[in-house]
Write a protein that binds this ligand. Structure first.
Ligand SMILES: CC(C)(COP(=O)(O)OP(=O)(O)OC[C@H]1O[C@@H](n2cnc3c(N)ncnc32)[C@H](O)[C@@H]1OP(=O)(O)O)[C@@H](O)C(=O)NCCC(=O)NCCS
Length: 243
């Protein structure tokens, strides 16, 4: 079984026909996926596959390139609330005032840190400009266009130095974006932001919480594991460019 569909968000940003292909199991009928890819006006395909030798062989024969690994975590069912000591000299806020005070320089700093570990920056066929445009749109949609259900900021004085966005889909919570600026990392800000996201979801009666991160992003993997997330699945991420 496979899922192949046009990704509207990426297509608009790339100005091309971008498709996503999900292979959740070993491909039984490789001819049908090949025929479908050939029939559609596909310029770029992002594929997420289970680690399966047969799928790997087919994708490589089709001209896909491995760009990343993607880990999906779920908050442990044995999650225990831990009283996290508040990092000194920082405040946390979800107020619209914080968003309205952000300037393009603040947003650029977040874009840079998010892009660094993203799969888009690992594909040489995707320009930095496109990568930046993807994150700029993603952040703008999350902060100002209700794409995220909740945005929480870590503040040093009145400057945002970190943020988290949370999405809710069909009663399940997703940590969508999280970033802490380099000089403020490893001070506990990320953990407090996660904790505040958990509290928000709890207030909505949601305890099923997921987060996805690149396997190569060891800092983020260690961070999620320390914060009681349990690895659910690892997928390979392949990209194919026709045009
Ligand atoms: C992931 C991120 C949000 C964590 O924020 P943070 O404020 O540094 O997190 P905390 O200080 O609460 O926790 C840091 C913990 O993460 C882990 N960690 C952080 N950097 C690490 C590194 N270089 N190597 C290994 N573990 C690391 C450690 O477990 C550390 O815990 P400890 O030092 O207390 O043992 C931050 O590193 C970041 O913005 N990274 C870039 C963007 C990103 O990768 N976002 C996630 C993509 S899904």
């Amino acid at each position: 079984m496979f899922k192949l569909f046009r990704e509207e968000f990426d297509s608009r940003l790339f100005g091309k026909n971008v498709y996503k292909l999900y292979l959740e199991k070993t491909l039984k009928n490789k001819k049908s996926v090949i025929a479908k890819i050939k029939k559609l006006p596909v310029d770029v395909v992002f594929c997420f596959t289970v680690f399966d030798n047969q799928n790997i062989e087919i994708l490589e024969k089709l001209g896909f390139n491995l760009v990343s690994i993607r880990n999906t975590y779920q908050l442990s069912s044995k999650y225990k609330y831990k009283n996290i000591s508040m990092p000194k000299f920082f405040k946390f806020s979800h107020s619209d005032q914080v968003k309205s005070k952000l300037n393009s320089n603040d947003i650029d700093k977040f874009i840079r840190i998010l892009l660094q570990t993203s799969r888009y920056s690992k594909d040489r066929r995707i320009s930095r400009k496109i990568g930046e445009k993807i994150y700029l749109t993603w952040i703008n949609n999350s902060f100002y266009n209700k794409y995220a259900d909740k945005c929480i900021f870590a503040l040093s004085g009145d400057k945002a130095v970190g943020f988290i966005t949370v999405k809710v889909k069909e009663g399940v919570g997703f940590i969508d974006l999280i970033a802490v600026l380099k000089p403020h990392q490893n001070k506990g800000l990320g953990s407090v932001l996660l904790n505040k996201a958990f509290n928000y979801l709890k207030s909505r009666g949601i305890d099923k919480i997921y987060v996805v991160t690149e396997g190569e992003n060891t800092a983020a993997n260690a961070f999620y594991q320390r914060n009681q997330f349990v690895l659910q699945k690892t997928e390979l991420v392949y990209h194919k460019h026709n045009n």
